[in-house]
Design a protein around this ligand. Structure first.
Ligand code: NAD
Ligand code: MG
Length: 397
């Protein structure tokens, strides 16, 4: 076997980051961890550094990095501890890195994901917000630098598995539609009145997947699926009308591709993110992911239904932003991040999330996005407007 792949894991202390380490540590001959990066969880990062001995560890803040540095030194580790957003970009572009897992949540992960792409890495993309914000720019940079972008989001990883390798376009491949499945989240069968009273604890209690808090709320509003429609557009070059959403409460069929001859290919598996992570880590080979295998007899049935954008208006807002193009998806994403944080802080009601996003989109004209700098300025402007909308809407709630 050739030498092990060097991995950089951005967001290593999160749900995706921990699952990535779980898979990588099962195959020490294949994968070596070169760098780990996280926001603020010193204790978790400390344990990870001792378990997989990376050359670099990064934390967002200087004080947390100091604490980690001192603790690691006392434990005899020679890991170099860095701090700040610039250090994230540096480890994402390390010359000796083969693959970069981009698993920071939200816009905070965009600069480092883009740095990995610009350095021509194999980028395992979990951070869908980065692509939603910067889609055209991100994919153009990937083409220029000959980076490989492999989707980690289970739906997009499934679509990727159902498409032919080396496809020039969906038309050439004979693809008619991409069907993204959605679990429907914890409020799939709830009435509009119950949804209006939803609490953070109810919203983060996802029926099938164990995930970070932000994406769990996105699943409950179905904004997660809206972000995924945008993500699919950029990853696969699919026009919005060719991307459909199908509610599938069991989360066993991870997504489907329909071809012009009537064939529909689907990827199935247990709802465990280690499967798409292992797929992308080993691609084009396959490795044991530690997941339980699917027992279709025990499952017995698979159900499908149409999404309801009356009760879940975020899906419609995301589609509208995609069609509007330019800065609109970045504004949608920024407003959503602010609204979800306010909801989790109990400063905004659950329906207030969609209302704040709609207010923010209405307040900002659609502009062209020319660079990362202009995008970050749009992101900041949208966040400020969304915060005002939270203050207004929150006061009414
Ligand atoms: P999480 O909240 O569990 O973890 C987020 C990680 O990002 C943590 O390691 C945190 O320390 C790090 N982070 C946050 N802000 C940071 C900053 N400023 N600097 C450095 N690190 C920072 O989230 P998650 O559920 O693992 O999701 C991560 C990403 O993957 C999200 O974009 C999410 O949409 C996507 N995703 C997650 C799942 C899932 O099953 N969890 C599935 C599909 C896609
Ligand atoms: Mg997903």
């Amino acid at each position: 076997m050739t030498s092990p792949q060097s991995l950089v894991i951005l967001g290593s202390t999160g749900s995706i980051g921990q699952s990535t380490l779980d898979v990588a540590l099962r195959h020490p001959q294949r994968f070596r961890v070169l760098a780990l990066a996280a926001g603020s969880r010193v204790d978790v990062l400390y344990d990870q550094v001792l378990a997989c001995r990376p050359r670099y560890a990064v934390l967002a803040g200087e004080a947390a990095a100091d604490t980690l540095r001192n603790r690691l030194r006392a434990a005899g580790s020679d890991c170099e501890v860095l701090a700040g957003a610039e250090a994230l970009c540096q480890v994402a572009a390390l010359p000796e890195a083969d693959a970069v897992m981009a698993a920071i949540v939200g816009a905070a992960g965009l600069p480092s994901a883009l740095a990995a792409v610009r350095a021509g890495k194999r980028v395992l993309l979990a951070n869908k917000e980065a692509l939603v914000m910067s889609g055209d720019l991100f994919m153009a940079e990937a083409r220029n630098a000959k980076a490989t972008v492999l989707p980690i989001d289970s739906e997009h990883n499934a679509v990727f598995q159902c498409l032919p390798a080396g496809m020039a376009s969906l038309d050439e491949a004979g693809v008619r539609r991409i069907l993204l499945t959605a679990s429907g989240g914890p409020f799939r069968t709830a009435s509009a009145a119950d949804i209006a009273r939803a609490t953070p604890a109810q919203a983060v209690a996802h029926p099938n997947w164990s995930m970070g808090r932000k994406i769990s709320v996105d699943s409950a509003t179905m904004m997660n699926k809206g972000l995924e429609v945008i993500e699919a557009h950029y990853l696969f070059g699919a026009s919005p009308s060719r991307i459909d959403v199908l509610v599938h409460p069991q989360s066993v069929v991870h997504s489907l591709v329909e071809y012009v001859d009537g064939s529909v290919l689907a990827q199935l598996g247990s709802p465990d993110m280690r499967t798409p992570i292992a797929h992308a880590l080993a691609y084009p080979e396959r490795v044991d992911a530690g997941v339980s295998f699917l027992d279709l007899v025990a499952r017995a049935r698979l159900d499908f239904e149409a999404p309801d954008d009356q009760r879940f208006p975020c899906l419609r807002l995301a589609r509208e932003a995609l069609v509007a193009g330019g800065s609109a998806p970045a504004v949608l994403n920024a407003a959503n991040e602010i609204a979800v944080a306010a909801f989790l802080d109990e400063r905004l009601s659950f329906p207030g999330i969609a209302a704040v996003i709609a207010d923010t989109l209405a307040a900002l004209p659609v502009r062209a996005v020319a660079s990362l700098e202009s995008l970050l300025a749009i992101d900041a402007e949208a966040r400020a407007l969304a915060a005002q909308a939270v203050a207004r809407r929150g006061a009414l709630a």
